[in-house]
Design a binder for this molecule. Structure first.
Ligand code: 5GP
Length: 198
């Protein structure tokens, strides 16, 4: 059964209303964060989704500037050095980071900003923006997660193994987040996320 757990009872239910609210969505690779957020944006086009920078190679259907900005390691390291990233992390052999400028602009415009990032990045954001709303998406089980990673056939067996090792670490941190949603059924998880945000 898909489940939502509210970790901190002091968190307001209307967190998406204040201006410039950051919503951080974290959870192990393959858990379905991307699909849930894509569906949420279809329902709520007024939300702004941050586009990350990565050194990972594009997957077949991915578009530069839409799914990610794909850059070299050298370019990424220059962005770090110039302070252009709000947060960044190394994940399964690649760098991932959030460009600072677009997020700051959307905050100044009073938009709600969605960030789909892994655990280290989520922790960095919490340091900078302690009022960010943090949501953790859980798989029904590690076995289901492994099956989803295999079924989506986007990564090599070695990359899947790295992602699963990382998933076990990330899952231990789920209780740091304001809300936990178990993604057993996408529609139910989406409805639960919507109920948290609006
Ligand atoms: P993937 O390679 O599957 O697209 O992403 C791998 C992991 O990196 C996912 O958990 C995803 O949420 C995370 N990720 C994507 N963009 C960012 C980012 O800008 N910063 C951080 N810290 N993690 C990110």
């Amino acid at each position: 059964m898909t489940q939502v757990v509210r970790t901190d009872s002091s968190t307001s239910k209307n967190d998406c209303q204040p201006k410039g609210k950051l919503i951080v969505v974290t959870g192990p690779s393959g858990v379905g964060k991307g699909t849930i957020l894509a569906r949420l944006l279809e329902r709520h086009p007024e939300l702004y989704r941050s586009t990350s920078v990565t050194t990972r190679s594009p997957r077949q259907e991915e578009i530069h500037g839409k799914d990610y900005y794909f850059v070299s390691r050298n370019q990424f390291e220059q962005m770090i050095a110039r302070g252009e990233l709000l947060e960044w992390a190394e994940f399964a052999g690649n760098y991932y980071g959030t460009p600072r400028e677009p997020v700051e602009k959307q905050i100044s415009l009073g938009k709600c900003i969605l960030m789909e990032i892994e655990l280290q990045g989520a922790r960095q954001i919490y340091q900078t923006f302690p009022t960010a709303l943090r949501i953790f998406i859980l798989p029904p089980s590690l076995e289901v997660l492994e099956q989803r990673l295999r079924d989506r056939a986007q990564d090599s067996p070695e990359a899947i193994a790295r992602r699963l090792r990382r998933a076990e670490e990330e899952l231990k941190a789920a209780s740091e987040f304001d809300f936990q949603i178990t993604n057993d059924h996408i529609e139910t998880a989406l409805n639960q996320l919507e109920a948290i945000l609006f």
